[in-house]
Ligand binder design. Structure first.
Ligand SMILES: Cc1ncc(COP(=O)(O)O)c(C=O)c1O
Length: 463
């Protein structure tokens, strides 16, 4: 830590003990692979990817202590020691009374919304992540985003672009009626809105509105530690606070949380649901038993709980978070220097290319984000993820696309996986594609599923 402070170079606060080979492909091979995959990077085999930035979810490198925990996990069906270690760690960070393990974040969402969501109900959030939105809609309820205005403009530089618009929240509650709102949610950091953080003040303000109307507040907490780091660095009064105490304060304003442990718990699988309301927790556990498993393992093995507990301890390390946020910023700086339009400032876990500005000649209905992500694979074998009209586009009664506010391409950086030279390579690929952006063509969808279409859709390039 001291070394990092004295020297200008920020180094990875770990050394590498096990490596995985990367297979190299040629551009001709990748053209063929793309055709086979219907121009959808989700449908490309992972072994055909050179640098995989599709997601930071479940892609972390685990530590030696986590792997040791995998061996040490207690696989008892009920009352596993690993559950109690996990529960203790989650309680230390969040203060939540009832902690319910699930196999991943969306399972926690599914359980929660199968209980509180039904036709006529509506759930506000800064920005719902796609699985959260899908689970709410699947339960028959409506998901509404109330992001602050700055968060919708990639070029505006502000400290907390993930904040919820408090005035809109109040107006929304009054317009829809408290009786239709089972809970308010806030996502930290705001994944679908650029990985931008939410300030402590905003969380406090949301809490105050919730108190005024007697509504519970739930945090979608996947990247809680990255959010806490931003609070420490950017919000007045937090510079001398430990990451743990900032996290504890964040969660003290909430009544419950959903968590995908595949992000800030540094594991490859896992999640949980936590809350203070006993009645709701009992209902959730009843659903859990039917859909996931016994309450002391959820949808997981004891070893997974052990790895989560260890990961939650490691994520609180400030030198890790410093390296983590800086390495994302490093890629952002290189792209900005070359004129590549990205969401500014860079967020916690990913770089978001602004595809609207990147290829201005491709309209939303021809999916500019898809065009950029396909080109990144074609040029350099880099896999990214479209977060725009493919993922969030809706259609009106005339089948005209209603695009989301932003057309983005997300390059999510897996935790503790790639080195600086990998990131330099990624920058080179993006810059090369950007310099030839006028040659990019739009796409049309030739197959789509009724929900979460981006995972399985197939595309054809337009002439
Ligand atoms: C903000 C947010 N919420 C929920 C989820 C869903 O978690 P999981 O993929 O573990 O189901 C994700 C996953 O990326 C996410 O980023």
């Amino acid at each position: 830590m001291l070394f990092c402070i004295i020297m200008k170079t920020i180094i990875e606060p770990f050394r590498i003990k096990a490596v995985e080979p990367i297979k190299f492909t040629t551009e001709t091979e990748r053209n063929h692979i793309l055709q086979e995959a219907g121009y959808n990077p989700f449908l490309i085999k992972a072994e055909d990817i050179i640098i995989d930035l599709l997601t930071d979810s479940g892609t972390s490198a685990m530590s030696a202590k986590q792997w040791a925990g995998i061996m040490d996990g207690d696989e008892s069906y009920a009352g596993s020691r690993s559950f109690y270690r996990f529960e203790e760690m989650v309680r230390l960070i969040t203060g939540m009374k009832f902690i319910i393990p699930t196999h991943q974040g969306r399972a926690a969402e599914k359980i929660l919304f199968s209980i509180v969501g039904e036709h006529g109900k509506v759930i506000p959030n800064n920005t719902h992540f796609d699985t959260t939105r899908a689970n709410i809609e699947f339960a028959g309820a409506e998901a509404v985003d109330l992001l602050n205005e700055a968060g919708k403009h990639p070029e505006i530089i502000a400290d907390f672009k993930g904040n919820m618009d408090i005035e809109k929240l109040e107006a929304f509650i009054q317009e829809r009626g408290v009786e239709h709102i089972p809970l308010v949610m806030v996502t930290v950091t705001n994944n679908s809105g650029g990985g931008q953080p939410v300030s402590m003040q905003n969380i406090k303000d949301i809490r105050a509105v919730c108190d005024q109307y007697g509504l519970p507040l739930f945090i979608d907490a996947c990247r809680f530690a990255e959010n806490a780091y931003f609070i420490k660095k950017r919000e007045q009064g937090y510079a001398d606070r430990s990451i743990l105490s900032i996290c504890q304060e964040m969660f003290s304003y909430a009544d419950g949380m959903t968590m995908s442990a595949k992000k800030d718990a540094l594991v490859n699988i896992g999640g949980f649901l936590a809350m203070n309301n006993q009645e709701l927790a009992m209902q959730c556990r009843n659903v859990l038993i039917v859909t996931e498993g016994f309450p002391t393992y959820g949808g997981l093995a004891g070893r997974d709980l052990e790895a989560m507990a260890q990961g939650l301890e490691e994520i609180l390390d400030e030198s890790y978070l410093h390296y983590r946020i800086r390495s994302v910023e490093y890629l952002g700086d290189k792209l900005l220097a070359a004129g590549v339009p990205i969401i500014e400032p860079t967020g916690g876990h990913a770089i978001y290319i602004d595809a609207k500005r990147f290829c201005q000649h491709i309209p939303s209905y021809q999916f500019p984000g898809q065009a950029v992500s396909v080109a990144l694979y074609q040029k350099g074998g880099v896999r990214a993820c479209e977060i725009g009209s493919v993922m969030f586009g809706k259609y009106d009664e005339n089948q005209q696309l209603i695009p989301p506010p932003m057309e983005l391409v997300r390059l999510a950086i897996p935790r503790r996986v790639y080195t600086q030279s990998h990131i330099d390579y990624v920058a080179e690929v993006i810059i090369e594609v950007f310099q030839n952006r006028n040659s990019l063509k739009g796409y049309q969808i030739v197959y789509e599923a009724p929900m979460l279409r981006h995972f399985t859709a197939r595309f054809a390039p337009l002439a």
